[in-house]
Design a protein around this ligand. Structure first.
Ligand code: SF4
Length: 405
């Protein structure tokens, strides 16, 4: 296969990476409910517990106030309602959560507000309700447009449902629509992947081209029903080389269409469509992690909440903290995380100035040996602003990152 057209692109700086303590924070809200559990899923989510939703939402609102107090007035630039399946909530419930965020935090004007959604839930009326509630970015979990693929992935929608969802989002007025796709599922061929991407980039899905794509290589996690099916020989996993071919095909098609590969798994049609919220994670920034099993990051503190929604709700409603784990991030770990996360940002990489101002030491002084070694192998490139993965480095990002551990 030819090298991706990505080789010829010009870098476009989208963010200042890494974040510093002066940067605004993000707010993540976890909705741990799904109508059924997909066989590859290892997220913190539960089916058949929707009756817990009303009391769970009350608990989320209480925890939002805890976090606002902890962050002491720092501005928030984004809200991300993820899951699970947040689109199981109705627009009134979403508005309640957003109203609480707006009351407790000082939100930046035009803050990005994203909801993850299941295509089955995304009607015109639903989208209008979301926009009225203050959501301005919708991420639709398409995963694939291939019918056998949808069945292998255990999804309950069809490609037509994805089309209807995109069309509903556009008709309602969403100007920032993202699709999630999975590649490398058992049985997938290059031809089916090409077909998925071709339909999407040709505007055949819902009559418009999305503004953003998240492309995830399937990882078959131990303990999932899909891993069990592989062990029993019912499904055959895609090998690493083939998975790399899928990634190269996507890189080639999207770069040819002028899209920006701004993070290892994420592409946007224009800089304004890059995910502000997720970029905060990759910039090693601070964010509130609200809800069952949510992770938060505040300065040198990393938090993790009680994963069970029932226990989470009980603890929060009795006025106690839902945090079951926390970790003090030492200075060395913080530098490593800045490096590993920042390298995921294909365009921006790790800014020399920002590294110095955040960590009080230059990137050269701290990681100079590793950077030189990886640069000599053609896996990193450097200029007076930043250190970044090369195209070849992005294909073996895990190997590159291991050098900094
Ligand atoms: S819809 Fe998403 S979160 Fe829910 S079970 Fe499927 S993969 Fe997991």
């Amino acid at each position: 296969m030819n090298k991706p057209a990505l080789l010829d692109r010009h870098r476009q700086r989208l963010f200042d990476a890494p974040a510093t303590a002066a940067d605004p924070i993000g707010i993540y809200i976890h909705i741990p409910f799904c109508s059924h559990i997909c066989p590859y899923c290892d997220f913190n989510t539960y089916a058949g517990k929707e009756s817990l939703i009303p009391s769970y939402l009350d608990a989320l609102q209480c925890e939002t106030a805890f976090w606002a107090r902890d962050f002491g007035g720092r501005r928030a630039q984004s809200i991300f309602i993820g899951g699970g399946t947040p689109s199981l909530l109705n627009p009134k419930q979403i508005r309640g959560l957003l109203d609480t965020c707006r009351a407790e935090f000082s939100m930046e004007k035009g803050a990005e507000v994203t909801i993850e959604s299941n295509p089955n839930d995304v009607s015109l009326r639903y989208c209008v309700g979301l926009l009225e509630a203050g959501v301005n970015r919708i991420s639709i979990g398409a995963q694939t447009l291939d019918r056998p693929g949808l069945r292998v992935l255990g999804r309950l929608h069809e490609s037509d449902t994805v089309s209807s969802a995109v069309s509903a989002a556009r008709d309602a007025g969403f100007a920032n629509v993202s699709l999630d796709l999975i590649y490398g599922w058992p049985g997938q061929s290059i031809a089916t992947w090409h077909n998925d991407l071709g339909q999407i980039m040709g505007g055949a899905i819902g009559g418009s081209i999305p503004d953003h794509l998240s492309l995830y290589g399937l990882i078959i996690e131990p303990g999932t029903p899909m891993a069990d099916a592989v062990t029993r020989g019912i499904l055959s996993p895609v090998d690493e080389d083939t998975s790399a071919d899928f990634a190269e095909l996507a890189a080639s098609l999207l770069a040819a269409a002028g899209w920006i590969h701004y993070e290892i798994a994420n592409w946007c049609a224009a800089p304004r469509n890059a995910s502000v919220h997720n970029a905060l994670y990759w910039r090693n920034g601070d964010y509130a992690g609200i809800g069952a099993g949510a992770h938060g990051h505040a300065g040198q503190l990393r938090t993790m909440n009680q994963p069970s929604p029932a226990r989470y709700t009980k603890v929060v409603s009795s006025g106690e903290s839902p945090r079951t784990n926390f970790e003090i991030i030492d200075a060395n770990t913080d530098k490593v995380e800045t490096m590993l996360l920042g390298l995921r940002l294909i365009q921006d990489g790790v800014s020399l100035d920002r590294f110095q101002s955040r960590h009080g030491i230059s990137l050269e002084a701290h990681f100079g040996t590793q950077i030189a070694h990886l640069r000599d192998q053609g896996l990193l490139e450097c200029d007076e602003h930043s250190v970044r993965l090369t195209v070849r480095g992005a294909m073996v990002a895990n190997t590159v990152c291991a050098e900094f551990l």
